[in-house]
Design a binder for this molecule. Structure first.
Ligand SMILES: C[S@@+](CC[C@H](N)C(=O)[O-])C[C@H]1O[C@@H](n2cnc3c(N)ncnc32)[C@H](O)[C@@H]1O
Length: 307
């Protein structure tokens, strides 16, 4: 993906769409209290991280990205948000654990999501939450009426095969509950939200969402495809731009189009304290008494049947 001004604006719009979808909230994770340490992976222009840092002034927010945006967030003057240049596919070297790890819009960024989730699990406090959100247009999330013979379908298929060939799949596999439980997470909750795309909705809030989503979608066509498709060697830049124009023409007039956004949250379990009986099961105690050659029946009963 580019990291120019156009991409920054597109991500700003997508951030606003998420805010509307979440009724002004930044999160779906059911936090019990304000977090003290938060990690935002692939923060982009940093809208989410900055707003979270403003909302929780006592929290330390670490916001990382593999690249820096043109008008990057380094100019932000907040004492509790720290932007770091980091590749999340490398080893995470944070010295203190987090209460919350947020990963949004990273579909296609990782070759191995399981490894990302294992590191996230390791770097969370017991009881800490992970929240992952995505709405990647290449991940079959757009429902376009009469799409069967569309340029849009060609576009999505081309992106999927290019991503697959590059080893960085663009799909929703990482948003399955099993992807998180495999890393040890519990209390997994899935939130599937529908966003209208286009000016077709009647209801004012939906219409606003629809317009914003259409702009973000049109703006993102070339950004999400140019490098990915030309890298395959099967597409020239001119052919990609031509396809994008054709897709654009279809999308602008499509009525009833919607997108599915998935947000998944989960928790790192708090280890249960073992009971007296679990720690010292009767068989172990009886065995110990036998080893000590103690055969007093009353003592045996008292020890193995604690109050
Ligand atoms: C679609 S943007 C999402 C930005 C932000 N999370 C949001 O929701 O507004 C994806 C971001 O992930 C970053 N990214 C991609 N691969 C990454 C990696 N391996 N490690 C860290 N960041 C990465 C990109 O540079 C880009 O800023």
């Amino acid at each position: 993906m580019p990291n120019d001004e156009a991409e920054q604006t597109r991500l700003n719009i997508i951030h606003q769409i998420y805010l509307i979808l979440l009724d002004g909230e930044l999160l779906k994770a059911p936090l019990q209290k304000g977090p003290s340490r938060v990690l935002d992976i692939g923060t982009g222009p940093g809208d989410w991280a900055i707003e979270l840092a403003e909302q929780y002034p006592n929290a330390e927010v670490v916001a990382t990205d593999i690249s820096v945006f043109d008008n990057g967030p380094s100019s932000v003057d907040l004492p509790n948000v720290f932007f770091q240049l980091e590749d999340a596919e490398g080893e995470w070297t944070y010295h203190e654990p987090f209460d919350l790890i947020h990963i949004r819009g990273l579909s296609g960024a990782f070759s191995d999501w399981n490894a990302i989730y294992r590191q996230a699990f390791h770097h969370l406090k017991p009881g800490g939450h992970i929240e992952v959100a995505d709405a990647d247009i290449a991940a079959d999330i757009i429902n376009m009426p009469n799409a069967r013979n569309s340029y849009f379908n060609i576009f999505v298929s081309a992106l999927q095969s290019a991503a697959e060939a590059a080893g960085y799949p663009r799909n929703q596999e990482h948003l399955r509950p099993a992807a998180l439980t495999a890393a040890g997470f519990v209390s997994v909750r899935v939130h599937d939200l529908t966003v209208p795309i286009g000016v077709w909705p009647e209801e004012p809030r939906q219409k606003t969402l629809g317009k914003m989503a259409l702009i973000a979608l049109l703006e993102g066509l070339e950004a999400t495809s140019l490098r990915q498709l030309t890298a395959t060697g099967n597409w020239t830049a001119e052919a990609v731009r031509d396809l994008c124009e054709k897709v654009k023409a279809e999308l602008v007039v499509a009525s009833g189009m919607t997108a599915r956004v998935r947000i998944i949250t989960a928790k790192k379990p708090i280890p249960k304290t073992r009971t007296w009986r679990q720690r010292y099961p009767p068989e172990r105690l009886r065995e110990a008494l036998r080893r000590l050659d103690i055969h007093d029946e009353q003592l045996q009963n008292e020890i193995v049947d604690p109050p």
